[in-house]
Ligand binder design. Structure first.
Ligand code: NAD
Length: 469
């Protein structure tokens, strides 16, 4: 295998866009073309306003766009030109299933694979970048092999992406590890080396892990399941803290000082969101069910159950504290993205919370620094709850600052941990002055110094903390 000279990435989303932009940034000798069937998304990648917000992304894209980095809707042309193709399309959760698990819908992966098989005019390394159930590469291989000839050979690799939204560029530039799985055949190992050489432009050799295909596929689901499991574990402890006077920050710190546990990912919150954790765990649950391993399925399913419980518990606590009714009360929700430093709202806890507030007849005011009105309205429209855009607009007020949202509010609810909501950045005295009294503040992100805000007059309620002490 000669060195990779041309890369195509199918799927210009949160993963394909940043990942392949960084490859272009680090490998000037490789032409990188990122393609998508969504022309609006490609137009945005080619414009001044990129379709996704990530710190540092704009610099990377602007440095290489038009040089060795291209965004295009010409999927077939890019496939034909490339010697290595990333499949980085969406793998959403199916809406229904037999058990508790939910299979990933692999329709987009299959359609991209079929496209490669149909239009390729030379040999390709096809790389599974999307998160997929273990042994998906086998299906892709079957489709590709059915179309291979004496002249056209397809190698298949698994190279799951471990970036986290909000820190994607940093994660890509300095990855903890890059994982490349291959069939343990001479051709498979050669293809694995070719992709390792691409990453080798900037990633240290010892950080590039090579495994068999199936270990690589399963490692991605396993890593996300274990990360989410830590959050659900600390959230489960937060409920005990609130009832006993233990402080979840102190408990997490004490646990995290054990080097076997480590301190990362032990922050209690209103619950995890994002497009991946829930989807990947439900996928793992589905896989376990398919493999007739019900106890294993139940074990992982509990992580999702705990996450749902945490969101509902938070809402219940808010209603109870507001004298058991929020009818006609104004609730200011600060933050709508599923975490800070991203505009992504997929599976954001804010969506569940706000729908519950609307069901309870509250008036909701929302402010998020990176999520626009159109996205919020789309996320909150739901048949049977608020069917239409007009209905959403009737129930919610979308604001351009935290102060506007909190004006005349009965309660402020911190949902996303944006730095600008910290008590050393936001003028909480001003927020307090503008609110109805008593002024309640519910911190779902361990963001504020509660004693300081209590001195201002706020009635503060922080997840995993209580005044019992
Ligand atoms: P996304 O929805 O943002 O992007 C996927 C893109 O693929 C879309 O723009 C869609 O139009 C395009 N697409 C679908 N089918 C296509 C086809 N046949 N041809 C061309 N384009 C096509 O999704 P994402 O967040 O980038 O996730 C992609 C994959 O990466 C998923 O499997 C996800 O689980 C995984 N992943 C996501 C993250 C994350 O933080 N978002 C992290 C790691 C892994």
């Amino acid at each position: 295998m000669t060195a990779v000279k041309s890369i195509c990435c199918i799927g210009a989303g949160y993963v394909g866009g940043p990942t392949c932009a960084v490859i272009a940034y680090k490998c000037h000798d490789i032409k990188v073309t990122i393609v998508d069937v969504n022309p609006a998304r490609i137009a945005a990648w080619n414009s001044d306003k990129l379709p996704i917000y990530e710190p540092g992304l704009e610099d990377v894209v602007l440095a290489r766009r038009g040089k060795n980095l291209f965004f295009s809707t010409n999927v077939d042309g890019a496939i034909q030109e490339a010697d290595l193709i990333f499949v980085s399309v969406n793998t959403p959760t199916k809406k229904s299933g037999m058990g508790a698990g939910r299979a990933a819908d692999l329709a987009y992966v299959e359609s991209a694979t079929r496209r490669i098989a149909q239009v390729a005019t030379s040999s390709k390394i096809v790389v599974e970048k999307s998160t997929v159930p273990c042994r998906t590469a086998q299906s892709m291989r079957t489709i590709l092999e059915a179309n291979s000839t004496d002249k056209i050979h397809f190698d298949i690799l698994s190279n799951p992406e471990f970036l986290a939204e909000g820190t994607a560029i940093d994660d890509l530039l300095k990855p903890d590890r890059v994982l490349i799985g291959a069939l343990q055949t001479p051709e498979g190992i050669r293809a694995q080396q070719a992709l390792a050489d691409v990453y080798g432009h900037w990633v240290a050799k010892e950080s590039i892990l090579t495994t068999n295909l199936w270990s690589s596929e399963l490692s991605k689901l396993a890593a996300n399941a274990m990360l989410a499991q830590r959050i659900s574990s600390v959230n489960a402890l937060s409920a005990i803290c609130e009832a006993t006077g233990a402080d979840v920050d102190e408990v997490a710190y004490a646990c995290g000082r054990d080097s076997r546990l480590g301190s990362k990912f032990l922050k209690a919150s209103v619950g995890f969101g994002g497009s991946c954790f829930q989807k990947d765990i439900l996928n793992l649950v589905y896989l376990s069910e398919q493999l007739n391993l019900p106890e294993v399925a139940a074990y992982w399913h509990q992580v999702v159950i705990m996450n749902e419980y945490q969101k509902k518990r938070f809402v219940r606590n808010i209603i109870k504290t507001l004298f058991n009714t929020i009818t006609n009360k104004k609730i200011a929700v600060l933050g709508f993205a599923f975490k800070k430093d991203t505009g992504d709202t997929r599976e954001s806890a804010a969506i569940t919370l706000i729908k519950d507030f609307i069901q309870e007849s509250a008036r909701v005011a929302i402010y998020d620094p990176k999520v626009d009105r159109q996205q919020i309205v789309m996320d909150l429209s739901e048949p049977g709850v608020v069917d239409t855009q007009q209905q959403v607009e009737k129930h919610v007020q979308i604001c351009s600052s935290a102060y506007e949202a909190a004006k005349d509010a009965d309660a402020v609810v911190l949902v996303t941990e944006w730095d600008e909501f910290r008590d050393d950045q936001l003028d909480y005295a001003k927020i307090y002055d503008g609110m109805h009294k008593p002024a309640f503040l519910f911190d779902g992100r361990l963001l504020v110094n509660a004693p300081k805000l209590r001195k201002m007059g706020f009635k503060v309620n922080v997840i995993g903390k209580t005044e019992l002490a």
